[in-house]
Design a protein. Structure first.
Length: 724
């Protein structure tokens, strides 16, 4: 049989990976190097050249979209459908396993998969039965913790609370939750993986099925695997199974949701005699963009290493723009997009990337002003986000007591004991007397018709709204917004949401304060605080009335850097490269988190095909506060000859001598003798890693993260650090 068509149009390294006869293969696939092509062609090669049955090959991906695309491309290459296919996501394949071996898993044949909302409802019910107050033990936090334990392969009996009251209480809820699910044959998404892993591990017949059925297993996006996924993989393989892991340790950016980049490094130890093939030829970006990405990621210490290259030698320098503030930055973004469009490009070929969701607000306003269509990729426009709508609802009620929808939204967020029965009573009274809900509430309170927790909550709400109305007479709109967000309990309410979601929501609420500050400063004529607030509400109503571009429209794409992974655009603008914003302030005290931030920057840079713009601002009003952060360390790590700084720096409020970004780092190393990322020893604090530095001469300081003493800033002249 002629199988040459499988190897046609593959480069040397791709061909090497596809035809490798090694039992264990690790393919380090750089950005834009054609990893999906390698996976698809390798499966086709194993079927046609090696004579394996398609049903004896398992391919694991991370999304249903990727699984469907892979299956379609395999069938196209083989010119035949794959029957009894085991091409799918970890969750999809685990579901298939449990349906097939439900008895061994201790389930009924008709077990039910529950979604996140169903899971939350059960946890809320259990917490109530255990007499746990929702405000002290938020169910969403408990849900997140239980799912995290499952991702780590832990049942409640495996959790060591070490006398910790929080862990002890949540593991008690976990125990009850597990019993409910077992009794009612319910399986949540985390359980799909954990239960299938346990079934393979404890049932010899299931283990035999997998280890004899599958001759070859291929895993995509290997750097994104979490603990239970890696354990699952180890259980289904025998000492005869061929395993191909395809991934990129330089693109591991999901540590916050359990992904462990160290799995890429440990693969060669756990699976002996592994062949490593590096896909380094990039088909996406220009030489200049790749050289910048290579120089940047080279600063990470714990990586297997590779160097992207391309035959596309042409290309423009990376444009670096320093803005005065975030509004100037947003105007520049709009100008670049306009210029691209006027030059014959399409908006859909462009992307604007940012580290934090809250940064989109200023950019959105600038694009709306000049009528540039845009779409928030994988998310909502700023004023459509849940937490922003909650805060604006308070503002609407304060200035318009007849706004009943805003009354219902604001009184329910946060929950304050005013339930559906109380709301039904308010609605009925409002209808009966033809008055607004807020007036009906006041009437019912005055009459004493609503008592108990609902009555107390309603009274507090009415007093708060009345207090806000008095407050605006003497105070600014931005001060009122800050009062609403903090004193209504809205900030604390959203802060309790687990993981990144809670952090993102609170950052957006802080950004809303910035939006109101900027708006009141833009008002030219004399207006009362009332008039300014009413104007602001009118403008955001009109803005939100503009239809967001659909995925079929020609529109610029706005997205976080995390959302950009796997995508590519002819023109990319990376915004907000300042210390504490990117790298994010939360990552500054951990060497591993700092490396993940650098990988995120690497991902952002390698999204660009032809043109790359990078911006940072001298000052930035973000989350309601003016900040003056120096340019990101990541800019120092890009060689100067790759950068075209299109505007000379104006005098800034913080003395920062740019010089050559690369030279700045070299000068520091030459003067101090210690590099960023260097491991050092201190007589008192022990071993640590250098994270940051500032100043020069006798005033030079370094930030060191010590293993046992946390993060410290030390004056170099007195620190006596010893390099390790």
């Amino acid at each position: 049989m002629d199988v040459s068509h499988i190897l046609d149009n593959l480069n040397e390294e791709q061909r090497k990976a596809v035809t490798s006869e090694k039992q264990h293969l690790l393919v380090l696939a750089g950005a834009g190097s054609g990893k999906t092509r390698v996976l698809v062609h390798k499966i086709a090669w194993e079927v046609e050249a090696l004579g394996r049955s398609p049903s004896s090959v398992m391919a694991v991906t991370f999304t249903n979209k990727a699984a469907n695309e892979m299956r379609s491309r395999i069938e196209s290459l083989l010119k035949a459908p794959i029957l009894d296919s085991w091409v799918g996501t970890f969750h999809g394949l685990s579901h298939k396993l449990l349906k097939r071996f439900y008895k061994e898993a201790g389930l009924s044949s008709g077990f039910t998969i529950i979604d996140s909302d169903d899971q939350l409802r059960i946890i809320k019910r259990i917490s109530k039965e255990l007499n746990l107050d929702e405000s002290t033990w938020p169910s969403r936090q408990t849900q997140w913790q239980i799912n995290t334990w499952k991702d780590d392969g832990l049942r409640f009996k495996d959790i060591d609370d070490k006398g910790d009251f929080y862990t002890e209480t949540v593991s008690k809820i976990y125990k009850e939750y597990q019993e409910v699910c077992q009794r009612d044959h319910l399986v949540d998404f985390g359980e799909l993986l954990l239960k299938s892993y346990e079934t393979i591990k404890t049932s010899p017949s299931v283990k035999t099925f997998f280890q004899t059925r599958f001759q070859s297993i291929l895993i995509d996006e290997f750097q994104d695997t979490n603990t239970i996924q890696y354990k699952w993989l180890q259980e289904i393989t025998s000492d005869k199974t061929n395993i191909t892991a395809v991934g990129d340790d330089d693109q591991s950016i999901y540590g916050w949701r359990g992904a462990k980049v160290e799995h890429v490094n440990s693969f060669t130890e756990d699976f002996k005699a592994t062949e490593v093939v590096r896909l380094e030829q990039n088909y996406r970006s220009t030489d200049i963009i790749l050289n910048a990405a290579n120089a940047l990621i080279d600063n990470n210490k714990d990586r297997l290493g590779k160097n992207l290259w391309t035959e596309k030698k042409e290309g423009e320098q990376i444009v670096l723009y320093q803005a005065y503030n975030e509004q100037d930055e947003a105007r520049f973004v709009a100008d670049v997009l306009n210029e691209w469009m006027n030059g014959g490009g399409a908006y859909q070929e462009t992307a604007v990337l940012y580290r934090s969701n809250a940064q989109s607000r200023a950019i959105e306003e600038a694009l709306l002003r000049v009528s540039i269509p845009y779409r928030i990729y994988g998310g909502l426009r700023f004023y459509e986000r849940l937490e922003i709508k909650n805060a604006i609802a308070y503002l609407r009620v304060i200035f318009n007591n007849n706004d009943n929808p805003s009354f219902e939204r604001s009184i329910s967020n946060p929950t304050r004991g005013v339930g559906e029965k109380t709301l039904a009573k308010i609605r009925y009274t409002a209808k009966q007397y033809n008055i607004s809900y807020i007036k009906a509430s006041a009437k019912l309170i005055d009459e004493g018709s609503i008592s108990g927790r609902g009555g107390a909550g309603l009274r507090d709400y009415l007093e708060f709204i009345a207090g806000c109305k008095s407050f605006i007479e003497e105070n600014l709109l931005s001060e009122l917004m800050e009062l609403i967000i903090k004193e209504s309990g809205l900030y604390a309410y959203h802060a309790k949401e687990p993981g990144e979601k809670g952090k993102t929501r609170t950052e957006n609420l802080e950004e809303l304060i910035t939006a109101t500050k900027n708006f009141e400063q833009s008002i030219k004529e004399d207006k009362t605080n009332f008039e300014i607030a009413e104007n602001y509400l009118d403008i955001i109503s009109l803005d939100s009335g503009d239809r967001q571009a659909s995925e079929h429209d020609d529109a610029a794409q706005l997205m976080t850097m995390h959302s950009a992974k796997g995508l590519e655009f002819k023109l990319v603008l990376i915004t907000g490269l300042e210390e504490s914003l990117f790298p994010h302030g939360r990552s500054m005290e951990s060497a591993s988190q700092l490396e993940e931030e650098r990988r995120l920057c690497y991902v952002a840079v390698t999204r660009a095909m032809e043109k790359l713009y990078i911006t940072h601002a001298e000052s930035r009003r973000l989350h309601g506060t003016d900040t003056f952060n120096p340019p990101s360390r990541f800019l120092r790590e890009i060689p100067k000859d790759l950068i075209n700084e299109i505007r000379p720096r104006a005098q800034t409020n913080i003395p920062y001598n740019r010089k050559d970004f690369r030279d700045t780092k070299i000068e520091f190393e030459e003067e101090i003798g210690i590099a960023l990322g260097q491991k050092v020893q201190h007589k008192k604090f022990g071993e640590g890693i250098v994270l940051n530095y500032e100043g020069s001469g006798e005033s030079a300081r370094v930030q060191v993260n010590f293993d046992n003493s946390g993060t410290k800033w030390l004056v170099m002249a007195y620190a006596n650090l010893e390099k390790l």
